[in-house]
Design a protein around this ligand. Structure first.
Ligand SMILES: *Cc1c(COP(=O)(O)O)cnc(C)c1O
Length: 425
């Protein structure tokens, strides 16, 4: 048995399908975000990052760095064990109170990552409910899918953001059966938003529980950064609000918030919570500092929205195929995995601009794209530089531009397939 061959074959298959992933070797420069040092072929070069999920640049905020340094200095580096074994470091107690307050819930529970929070919480909640049926949006994140799988519960997938489809599934299940609807607020590849109020109405009508992933919205939407549910006044209508401390808050960790009983049950029954060492106190302190700052300050949110809109406007006006997005995400269609990778390589090598290619299975085949995430630190001048670099790249590689002479195409919701079929992808 040649064990190594199986791993080599697995990797060869990814190469053959043009979806082998390469991670750039980057060193972020605190105080100069979004600049970073890129190392390749024995050289180091300064570049601009355009695909970071540190959406507001909080990873370099002086308050956040100071909180991390101060807690590490006074309490040391690690947590010292699972909370089951070693108790809870005080900064984590404070963080959970901060999170419960952020979403207007009775309690919060912190996990080592957003991924773990979804996997552990969804699986535990659905396992505790008798004969639970999970209703899951078809575009849910891998961490939610893992949670659904691990629960062992029956599941039905509803078409993306399709309230009528969801209702037909709820109706078929009946009011009496336990039901958990799991979905996201902002879907991070297309930048669209779920019909949260309509889903909450259905949950009331059919007596279902609701679980929302606000990972791509917390810190960025709502008067205090409580996400789309805060912005739209819907937080009280959702049973469980999940989020991350790793994206807009610029640190690491994930969490859920909800009723005291539900949080206590997940705390007591979820292996992914119980059997792993807690986040270090310095991480918890930094996350709390970041959340507190963004509760009080809207300047980052305002500037973020402005620069995202400006990026969309400038790129669209230049004829680049910006895909429709309701949020801060700016997807630009390439429509071919090979070209997508080549475009990304050319942007980095020739223009010093880093945008990771997004290929299948992260997005459907034929919709391969560059996913651009402007932040408050991407100035108007940087946006111009980005536009010029993209234009050069699109021309050099022969990637299709938007057909501006045909506004009916641009208006149509079918813009993606049309452009793809034209590119022969
Ligand atoms: C990134 C992401 C997660 C996982 O969060 P981490 O804190 O990075 O583990 C969960 N849900 C969605 C939708 C995500 O994009």
């Amino acid at each position: 048995m040649d064990y190594q061959r199986f791993f080599e074959d697995a990797i060869d298959q990814l190469h053959a399908e043009r979806r082998y992933r390469v991670f750039a070797d980057l060193e972020r420069i605190a105080g100069e975000f979004p600049r970073a040092i890129w190392r390749a072929n024995g050289e180091a070069k300064e570049i601009t990052v355009w695909c970071s999920n540190d959406y507001l640049g909080m990873g370099q905020h002086p308050n956040v760095i100071a909180a991390m340094q101060s807690a590490a200095g006074s309490m040391g580096s690690g947590a010292g064990g699972t909370r089951n074994i070693s108790g809870t470091n005080h900064p984590l107690v404070e963080l959970e109170l901060e999170l419960a307050d952020l979403h207007g819930k009775e309690a919060g529970l912190v996990f080592t990552s957003g991924f773990v929070s979804n996997e552990a919480s969804i699986s535990t909640i659905a396992r505790l409910l008798p004969n639970c049926l999970i209703l899951s949006d078809e575009l849910n994140h891998a961490s939610m899918i893992e949670g659904v799988r691990r629960s062992g519960a029956e599941k039905k997938i509803f078409r993306h953001n399709d309230v009528a489809h969801l209702e037909s599934l709820l109706q078929a299940a009946g009011r009496e059966r336990a039901k958990l609807i799991v979905f996201e607020s902002v879907y991070s590849m297309d930048g669209d938003i779920a019909p949260i109020e309509a889903i909450a109405d259905l949950a009331d009508k059919y007596n279902a529980m609701t679980y929302i992933d606000e990972v791509h919205a917390v810190g960025m939407y709502g008067a205090r950064g409580g996400g789309i549910t805060e912005r739209d006044g819907l937080a009280h209508r959702i049973d469980v609000i999940e989020g991350t401390l790793a994206k807009a808050y610029g640190v690491i960790g994930g969490y859920i918030t909800g009723s005291a009983a539900l949080i206590d049950a997940v705390r007591s029954y979820a292996p992914g919570f119980i059997f792993t060492t807690a986040l270090p106190p310095a991480i918890a302190s930094a996350a709390t500092a970041s959340i507190r700052h963004l509760k009080a300050s809207s300047a980052e949110r305002t500037e973020h929205q402005r620069q995202a809109q400006r990026t969309k406007d400038v790129l669209s006006a230049a004829g680049l195929p910006v895909m429709p997005s309701e949020t801060h995400i700016v997807p630009v269609l390439v429509g071919d995995p090979e070209l997508c990778k080549m475009a990304s390589d050319r942007l980095l090598g020739k223009h010093g601009i880093y945008i990771q290619p997004i290929n299948y299975p992260t997005v459907p085949r034929g919709t391969e794209r560059l996913r651009i995430t402007p932040t408050p630190f991407h100035s108007d001048a940087l946006i111009e530089t980005l536009k010029d670099a993209l234009l050069e790249t699109w021309q050099a590689l022969g990637i299709p531009f938007t057909e501006t002479q045909q506004p009916e195409i641009a208006k149509s919701e079918r813009i993606v397939p049309l452009l793809v079929s034209k590119s022969g992808g």
